[in-house]
Design a protein around this ligand. Structure first.
Ligand code: PLP
Length: 381
């Protein structure tokens, strides 16, 4: 079976792990964690970075650091992986779910501007969602599968209402928006995942990047049990969300290969697009002119008819030993978020079931990609 997305461990991973073990610093303190944070800050164009145990825990800490609290609402696109919404819920808040732009699959800035204008009011210098009387505490754009959200428009609207912006950049470390890296796109904080299926992995892990040292200090404080000073004084409820030196050892070796891996991902995407150009009913993933996605995932949206539907295509591809997958079910259809306020969802509803993701491991060989292409041609017939 050609897998969907598996790690490509071809650099210094084993050597750094060995060094890490020999140093005995295998837990949350160690040289690799410090090095990892430096490398992540540099790769994202950030002033600083805080390494975390996962992308989800990084998102949770980032949301807390910008002031999200119990019973708040957080603007979030519905078309995302459940971790984005879970992180909001971990704060005791709820997502306010928004539809996405059809041309880029990310949070729709015009819709956000219109909803904030018509459904919210300012009271005591805070913004309240009138239908629920709940405070709106932050905007969380998601760079879906690496495609950057239209950040200039979103950040402008957020600033108008004094709302902080935390970008879920789980799979967007190598992406550019108008030539800018993730920490240069305007968010107060951005959060990357280093889960095993990401372009660069640490086995698991995350990083919060940003440009305000005071906010980053608070993220670090929250993720390290909120310990204040040498004695066991903890000045608030904190979290044990620190990345381990073992994870960071793998992460450093992977970050050394970021450019090569992103080039490989973009190459895979370009080959799929070229192979199926002009096939009626098959549309490549979005590629907005203002962005250069790291192309974490590759695939197509499928119109059925004239083509077989995604479930049928997946079954045919699996029979040909190709691991194709469906896409994330949007958050407004997920039971834990059934009560969350939401906009109408024509784009997300019309899109998610039609998305077919294809094998796109960083180390996918040209021969294996040819096999996938041949299998898809057959499956479409
Ligand atoms: C959009 C998005 N947000 C958040 C996460 C969570 O990251 P992690 O798995 O590292 O907790 C992921 C991971 O797949 C993701 O795709």
């Amino acid at each position: 079976m050609i897998p969907l997305a598996v790690p490509h461990l071809v650099g210094n991973e084993a050597r750094y792990l060995q060094e890490c073990i020999e140093s005995t610093f295998v837990s949350s303190v160690g040289l690799f964690v410090d090095r990892f944070e430096g490398m992540a800050a540099e790769a994202s164009g950030a002033v600083g970075a805080v390494a975390t145990s996962a992308g989800t825990t990084g998102l949770h800490a980032a949301l807390l650091a910008v002031g999200v609290g119990r019973d708040d609402l957080v603007v979030l696109p519905s078309l995302t992986f459940v971790a984005s919404a879970n992180a909001v819920a971990h704060c005791g808040a709820d997502p306010w779910l928004f539809d996405v732009e059809p041309g880029r699959w990310t949070l729709d800035p015009a819709l956000v501007a219109a909803e904030l204008k018509t459904r919210c009011e300012r009271r005591d210098s805070q913004l309240y969602h009138r239908p629920t009387n709940r405070r709106v505490a932050a905007v969380v754009p998601v760079h879906v599968v690496g495609h950057p959200a239209d950040m200039d428009a979103l950040v402008e609207t957020a600033r108008q209402y004094d709302l902080p912006v935390v970008a879920d950049a789980a799979a967007a470390l190598g992406s550019r928006y108008k030539g800018r890296r993730i920490a240069e796109m305007g968010a107060d904080l951005s959060v990357v995942s280093f889960n095993g299926n990401k372009t660069v992995t640490a086995g698991g892990g995350g990083v919060v990047v940003g440009n305000d040292p005071a906010v980053l200090k608070l993220v670090r404080h929250l993720t390290t049990t909120a310990r204040a000073g040498e004695d066991y004084l903890h000045d608030r409820v904190g979290y044990n969300y620190r990345m381990t030196n073992l994870q960071a050892a793998v992460g450093c070796a992977q970050l050394e290969q970021l450019e090569t891996f992103v080039a490989a991902k973009r190459g895979i995407r370009a080959r799929y697009d070229a192979a199926f150009t002009g096939v009626a009913g098959l549309t490549p993933f979005p590629q907005p002119a203002d962005s250069d996605s790291e192309c974490w995932f590759s695939g197509f949206t499928v119109d059925s008819p004239p083509l077989p539907d995604v479930a049928e295509l997946r079954a045919r591809l699996r029979a040909a030993q190709v691991d194709a997958r469906p896409f994330w079910m949007p958050m407004h259809l997920q039971p834990p978020f059934a009560h969350a306020p939401r906009t109408a969802m024509p784009v997300s509803d019309g899109l998610w079931r039609r998305i077919l993701t294809l094998p796109c491991s960083t180390g996918l060989s040209a021969a294996d990609q040819d096999r996938v292409i041949a299998a898809l041609r057959e499956a479409l017939a």
